[in-house]
Design a protein around this ligand. Structure first.
Ligand code: SAH
Ligand code: SF4
Length: 358
């Protein structure tokens, strides 16, 4: 069977070296190609002018660099957030978000088309699962944000301004640990010092709690941050919000978290979507405090972004503050995520089902 062209954005650096060797080119050429791909940011193979014509022809014949087209773009009224609806080659769509806070740009990227985990309050969960993204489709989202940031910096009065893509959060559509291999390849590509050179500590992977994935992630010891979406501190309450909790119950999840901490000696971020009257009482905050005892942790509280498929309201700020006070009694630092960009429903991890209907 004849294979289609290789998507160069799918290849980690060792994979690119192997690709070259299989075609009897020296692996040293990988460095220059890599530089073109991720440092210069070329859009076509023809722009790789400083590699030999023989290699360039071979690349042109057997590989390509498919970027994702922007199908729709929305900017929040506060100017801090841009949401992109990106078209994939098979006409599916995903969302990527650019968030900009005083010189710090964060890209929120998707890992799947839809999601199989079915969290009841999540717009992506309500869509169901369509397919995994390839590493190249994840990397292409990052490249799009990086290019946008470069263009904005070049167009601004202060081109030397500190706007730079520095942070990546895997909190867009999909469950990253359900698409483990492609996500890890994408992370390795983003971290490569000869290209995008994103610091591992600037990358955060958020999971709903895929226990075998957390264990493998701990064993492989990539120094990327881990965020675990908790939302409830008892198995029963959690299973009502996060159906996959039935498959990977809370006690197993906490065991995996302890394993991660033991192995890597790093803290874990726990995410908690605050839903009015559902999981925002002081008693529930006490239960979180008890549950996380002994785990170096930070709790990120996210006021619910209402979605069409779920009848719930965000916690009022007073209750959120009280929740934080209780967590502090247990020595747990916490943040309440600012609802920036809410007017375009571009809050990270809160991407709208409307994407499917646009
Ligand atoms: N699948 C991963 C990552 C994507 S979701 C995960 O679940 O962790 C990123 C975060 O946004 C998760 O903590 C998720 O629970 C939260 N989230 C999803 N939908 C939301 C909504 N409607 N309002 C507030 N937070 C939401
Ligand atoms: Fe999937 Fe995360 Fe949404 Fe749950 S919250 S359905 S795991 S994207």
């Amino acid at each position: 069977m004849r294979q289609g062209p290789t998507n160069l954005y799918d290849l980690t650096r060792p994979a690119l070296e192997e690709w070259l060797e299989r075609r009897e080119f020296n692996r040293v050429h990988a460095a220059r190609i890599w530089n073109y791909l991720y440092y210069t940011g070329v859009r076509t193979i023809e722009e790789m002018t400083e590699i030999s014509p023989r290699l360039r022809d071979r690349l042109a014949a057997e590989a390509h660099l498919p970027r994702l087209g922007v199908v729709h773009e929305t900017h929040s009224s506060d100017g801090f957030t841009r949401k992109y609806l990106m078209g994939l080659h098979d006409a599916h769509r995903i969302e990527t978000v650019l968030m900009k806070f005083t010189g710090r740009v964060t890209a929120c990227v998707s890992s799947q088309v839809g999601c199989a985990m079915g969290c009841v309050f999540c717009a992506t969960g309500q869509m169901g699962y369509t397919r995994h993204l390839s590493a190249g489709e994840i990397v292409a989202q990052v490249m799009h944000v990086r290019d946008t940031v470069r263009e904005l910096a070049a167009a601004s009065a202060n081109p030397a301004g500190e706007d730079k893509l520095r942070n990546i959060v895997l909190m867009g559509m999909g469950e990253p640990l359900h698409n483990y291999d492609a996500v890890m390849d994408a992370i390795d590509i983003m971290r490569d010092p000869g290209g995008l050179a994103l610091g591992a500590k600037k990358i955060t992977l958020s999971t709903v709690g895929v226990v075998p994935g957390i264990i493998r992630f701990a064993d492989e010891a990539r120094p990327v941050h881990l965020a675990v979406s908790l939302h409830a501190a008892t198995q029963e309450e959690r299973a009502a919000l996060v159906p996959t909790a039935k498959r990977w119950p809370l006690d197993q999840l906490m065991e995996a978290c302890r394993y991660f901490v033991q192995k890597l000696g790093r803290r874990i971020f726990f995410e908690w979507t605050l839903i009015d009257g559902k999981n925002d009482s002081p008693e529930q905050a006490h239960a979180v405090g008890r549950l996380l005892q002994g785990i170096p942790a930070q709790v990120n509280l996210i006021p619910l972004n209402p979605t069409i498929g779920y009848d719930g309201a965000p916690t009022r700020s007073e209750a959120a503050r009280k929740f934080q006070d209780v967590l502090a009694e247990y020595g747990l630092p916490s943040t309440v995520r600012q609802r920036r960009g809410i007017d375009i429903a571009a809050g990270c991890g809160q991407l709208a089902v409307s994407a499917a209907t646009m």
